[in-house]
Design a protein around this ligand. Structure first.
Ligand SMILES: Cc1cc2nc3c(=O)[nH]c(=O)nc-3n(C[C@H](O)[C@H](O)[C@H](O)COP(=O)(O)OP(=O)(O)OC[C@H]3O[C@@H](n4cnc5c(N)ncnc54)[C@H](O)[C@@H]3O)c2cc1C
Length: 585
């Protein structure tokens, strides 16, 4: 029998109210979509319920509308599905583990082939090619499932004694090659944090919740919900990604405007490093020299393993609403976003799609009759094909929300927006299906339509130029093969100084996996070069991993890379922790 099932059975039965001592008088009011998604998720999703070669829960699929697929094909041409290998075929390629026998006998360590396979790859495009083509290249030699900080300390001690490479593994949702073992003579131990998924302590007075760092999004919110709290961190990978992964890769959630990025939420905690345990105090603010909390965020598993993390939580909002408006064009929408954030209007999210993305969304997310109804309505209200869709939200007290919406509606009107019952419904539909979009990738894959994304952030005065450069670079990147790439962009995180840009692109699968990967490499390189220009970041939210590491020096400079390298080396002198990630060795 696969060890996966045995490992799952060893998990503690969840009863957070027994595990912690709390004294909360908060009202348990919450958002319907988050509540539904986190229902029954007081513990992590068992790995056997997730796809071994794609995204998410095996029971969830998302259909793509025929007219949506037709629109994409009108750009990229006719497509043909790539073949996919079976799990059994890949299992046959897993080599014998090189872990020392003493380690394979530990209760916490598994050398089962399926367990190793399921921890070998993340969710990047090359990962999908490997998972469908069957060439995984390298598998971890074993996977450890610690249940406590002490377990992690022991594992790092043993890793040092046996000279192992160690890869911390959260939800495995990395899209930048963060958790993939590399070829080398040292055996690889992946340390999966999935058993550390419980709320350990809740300080009601300071509103600090201490969690096991392996807790996934729904389990975080379900356990906080019981006490009337919420973290409010909702990356689109929320279903499977974890607190430790968010902190280690500096994640940003859809409602970052209202709830902040992960760096505003992470208060401190325990990091087990090869040099010992680093306790990061959860002090609200400090002038006592460089901030260790900041220094350890974004270390992508290279400094050590976060085991227990202290998070700043908030009361559940009294009311949460999501709405949609249409602006005549991108410039008008961008002006609304900039003014809203610079005037401190208390919204929880803002997202603006450019004209191509707006059109694609209207096609992909509707039936033909819904598409016709919405298009006719927007046309009758004077909007052209230049229109830009703006999704926004409020989350808080009813009075505070009312004020924010009044202020925001004024801005919308000034820029000629179209809103109404139909756009309000679109907002609710977006909220309801917000974590289902990633499932489209698998559906499109089956049709031979390859899709990937990349993202950045820049100042307001560079936004338009950067967007044009990124899209142009991507669209023309396969010109030598006579292939067209479809690309569109949205802004989804806004700051007083600037905003993030997130580009989605589609291209055709080539004749086989290797040549499809080569197409992706060309696109990725063109996109990354368009970012390494001194005014934008190589990543606003996905992190660096291996895929972005070659471009990091353009942003940090030689000295910046040296400082980061030296800091990591001081905690990990043997370069045992996830080498090659973040900084190219
Ligand atoms: C469909 C999809 C949508 C996404 N949407 C978003 C989004 O909206 N916003 C966003 O920010 N990101 C998004 N991502 C990217 C990804 O979810 C984030 O990078 C996330 O932070 C990774 O978390 P994880 O728990 O899956 O970490 P993993 O992928 O397992 O690991 C990521 C990195 O963190 C390290 N790590 C993990 N846990 C620990 C730990 N306990 N201690 C030390 N290091 C650790 C790993 O070694 C690795 O370097 C998306 C990914 C997918 C597949």
């Amino acid at each position: 029998m696969s060890k996966i099932k045995a490992l799952i059975r060893k998990r503690p039965k969840s009863d957070p109210s027994k595990a912690i001592s709390v004294n909360s008088d908060n009202q348990n009011t919450n958002n319907a979509s988050i509540d539904a998604a986190s229902k029954g998720h007081a513990v992590n999703t068992p790995i056997e319920q997730t796809r071994w070669n794609g995204w998410g829960n095996i029971n969830i699929n998302k259909k793509v509308s025929a007219h949506g697929a037709k629109l994409i094909k009108s750009h990229i041409g006719k497509t043909k599905k790539l073949s996919s290998v079976s799990l059994q075929q890949v299992l046959k390629t897993v080599p014998k583990s090189r872990l020392p026998v003493a380690m394979t006998e530990l209760d916490t360590v598994s050398v089962d082939n399926e367990v190793r396979l399921r921890h070998a790859r993340g969710q990047s495009f090359p990962d999908w090619i490997a998972m469908h083509g069957g060439d995984f290249e390298v598998f971890p030699d074993g996977v450890a499932f610690p249940a406590s900080t002490a377990d992690v300390e022991t594992l790092l001690q043993l890793a040092s004694e046996h000279d192992l490479i160690v890869i911390p593994f959260g939800g495995g949702t990395s899209v930048a090659g963060h958790i993939n073992p590399q070829k080398g003579s040292r055996p690889v131990l992946t340390i999966a944090m999935s058993k550390m998924d419980q709320l350990i302590d809740l300080d009601n007075e300071s509103q600090i919740a201490t969690f096991g760092a392996g807790t996934q999004g729904p389990a975080v919110e379900a356990q906080l919900n019981e006490h009337g709290y919420r973290l409010g961190h909702y990356p689109q990978s929320w279903e499977l990604s974890t607190l430790g992964g968010w902190i280690a890769a500096r994640s940003s959630g859809q409602q970052s405007l209202g709830y902040g990025r992960i760096e505003q939420m992470f208060a401190g905690g325990t990091l087990v490093t090869p040099q010992g345990v680093l306790n990061i105090a959860d002090i609200p603010a400090s002038a006592a020299g460089p901030d260790l909390r900041e220094m350890m965020m974004g270390t992508e598993g290279r400094a050590g393993i976060f085991t227990e993390v202290k998070m700043r939580v908030q009361s559940q909002p009294e009311e949460e609403l999501f709405k949609v408006a249409f602006l005549p064009n991108w410039a008008a929408g961008k002006e609304v976003l900039r003014q809203a954030v610079q005037k401190n209007i208390q919204l929880s999210m803002l997202r603006l799609s450019n004209a191509v993305e707006t059109d694609a969304h209207l096609h992909l997310g509707t039936t033909p009759s819904q598409f016709m109804a919405i298009s006719t309505y927007l046309k009758a209200r004077g909007l052209s094909s230049e229109k830009a869709m703006l999704t926004y939200g409020v989350s808080g007290d009813k009075a505070q929300n009312k004020l924010a919406l009044t202020q925001f509606n004024k801005l919308l009107k000034q820029q000629g927006s179209v809103t109404g019952k139909i756009t309000d419904i679109m907002g609710s539909v977006w909220a309801h299906g917000r974590f289902k979009f990633p499932y489209l990738r698998g559906t499109l894959w089956e049709k031979g339509i390859m899709v990937d994304t990349f993202e950045t952030a820049t100042n307001w005065n560079h936004i338009d130029e950067q967007m044009q450069q990124m899209q142009q670079a991507v669209r023309t990147s396969l010109a030598d093969e006579g292939e067209e790439v479809m690309a569109f962009t949205h802004i989804s995180h806004v700051y007083k100084q600037g905003a993030s840009l997130y580009t989605t692109y589609f291209f055709r699968a080539a004749k086989d996996h290797a040549s499809t990967l080569s197409r992706w490499q060309k696109i990725k390189h063109a996109a990354s070069l368009s970012l390494a220009n001194g005014t934008a970041t190589i990543s606003h939210q996905h992190g660096v991993g291996r895929d972005h590491a070659p471009y990091l020096a353009a942003e940090k400079g030689k000295l910046g890379i040296q400082v980061t390298h030296d800091m990591l080396k001081s905690l990990d002198p043997e370069q045992r922790m996830n080498p090659g990630v973040l900084i190219k060795e």
